[in-house]
Design a protein around this ligand. Structure first.
Ligand SMILES: NC(=O)c1ccc[n+]([C@@H]2O[C@H](COP(=O)([O-])OP(=O)(O)OC[C@H]3O[C@@H](n4cnc5c(N)ncnc54)[C@H](OP(=O)(O)O)[C@@H]3O)[C@@H](O)[C@H]2O)c1
Length: 323
């Protein structure tokens, strides 16, 4: 049996309920994992409110770290006692123990603590695929990255710096500006009180940037297009402020722009690619080029409060649930 956060209907944080669920033994190709830390990600909110589809009732969460307790038939690359993390697979990470498909599990290196791992599996692999696969960054480029002090954001600041890229980051408060600066973001714009399009033009001497990573969506998307150089790329990688609707004809008027809306699963699978991405991330962490730890902790039973904090924009960096 396991305590787990589940939802029976979509809606506000109040739909999240703590329930007791059966876990059982792992079947063929499966592994039972006892979680030590659970990561909270904005995508969990999309499922909770129904922006992303989920069969109901359901568990929630897709990103956690823990220890393998039992291994099902046919699983040769994991054993009881292995430390693992994941960010793909069925919903249900908000739980003490669960059965998972072995193929989505990533073994954690000894030098990376559970605390750190809980902040980098989904968030760091997102930075990996955005910066190294979707639009591969080159040293010397200047880029615009929205919500630079968020969970993905603080890792992105450090990864951009490690690549020799100058990041212009937007943030919603002075405290967040300080956090982004400490993480290596070169230019910081508080987009609650400054016009970020004008500031990007100033910083780039009117040239604009070759790429914008926009996870904010509704509130920023049009401005993001105006920050791009001709034939520049908008990576629309989230909708924290609300969904976006785009008339593609605008892309011609604004300089033959490219837009992509990438999903992790298409870049992380097949498994060998996910493991290659994780190796690159873990190397940067082990070299000290990316330093990451949870900034907000909530008990599993208080997952609704974690959602409230994330939606209210009061969090900085990563938020986790503890057990
Ligand atoms: N496509 C993918 O594969 C993928 C994978 C992982 C994450 N993502 C996306 O990346 C983004 C970051 O994820 P995260 O988990 O690290 O979250 P997060 O960045 O820690 O939190 C979201 C941040 O967005 C900003 N924001 C702006 N307007 C907002 C609004 N109206 N409501 C709430 N937040 C608003 C806030 O920062 P400020 O106060 O500084 O504005 C807030 O802290 C999310 O949009 C997520 O969906 C996409």
């Amino acid at each position: 049996m396991s305590q787990a956060i589940r939802f029976h209907e979509t809606g506000g944080p109040e739909v999240l309920r703590l329930e007791t669920v059966d876990v059982g033994a792992p079947g063929r190709g499966q592994v039972r994992v006892r979680h030590t830390r659970i990561a909270v990600n904005f995508i969990d909110i999309y499922y909770r409110i129904g922006r992303y589809p989920a069969a109901l009732p359901n568990g929630l969460g897709s990103d956690a770290v823990g220890v393998v307790e039992a291994v099902g038939e046919g699983v040769t690359f994991l054993a009881a006692g292995d430390r693992v993390g994941y960010m793909l697979g069925p919903l249900g990470a908000y739980s003490e123990v669960r059965v998972m498909p072995a193929e989505v599990l990533i073994k954690l290196p000894d030098g990376i603590s559970d605390d750190t791992a809980s902040t980098i599996i989904m968030k760091g692999l997102t930075a990996q695929y955005l910066f190294r696969q979707v639009y591969p960054l080159k040293a010397g480029e200047t880029i615009l990255y929205h919500a630079a002090a968020g969970g993905v954001g603080l890792i992105a600041c450090q990864w951009a710096k490690a690549l020799g890229v100058t990041m212009i980051g937007t943030v919603g408060s002075d405290e967040k500006a300080e956090a982004a600066k400490l993480a290596g973001c070169a230019h910081i714009i508080n987009y609650k009180r400054e016009n970020f399009v004008e500031r990007v033009k100033e910083i780039t001497d009117g040239k604009g940037v070759p790429v914008v990573y926009d996870s904010v969506g509704k509130d920023t998307l049009m401005g993001s297009l105006d920050c791009l150089q001709k034939k520049g790329t908008l990576v629309s990688n989230g909708t924290s402020s609300g969904p976006v609707v785009l008339d593609v004809t605008l892309l011609a008027f604004k300089g033959s722009l490219w837009v992509t809306r990438p999903a992790m699963v298409d870049y992380a699978l097949p498994r060998f690619n996910m493991l290659k991405m994780a190796d690159e991330l873990f190397d940067l962490v082990l070299q000290g080029k990316i330093v990451s730890a949870p900034r907000q902790r909530f008990a599993l039973a208080d997952a609704a409060d974690a959602h409230r904090a994330l939606e209210a924009r009061t969090t900085i960096g990563a938020t986790i649930l503890t057990l």
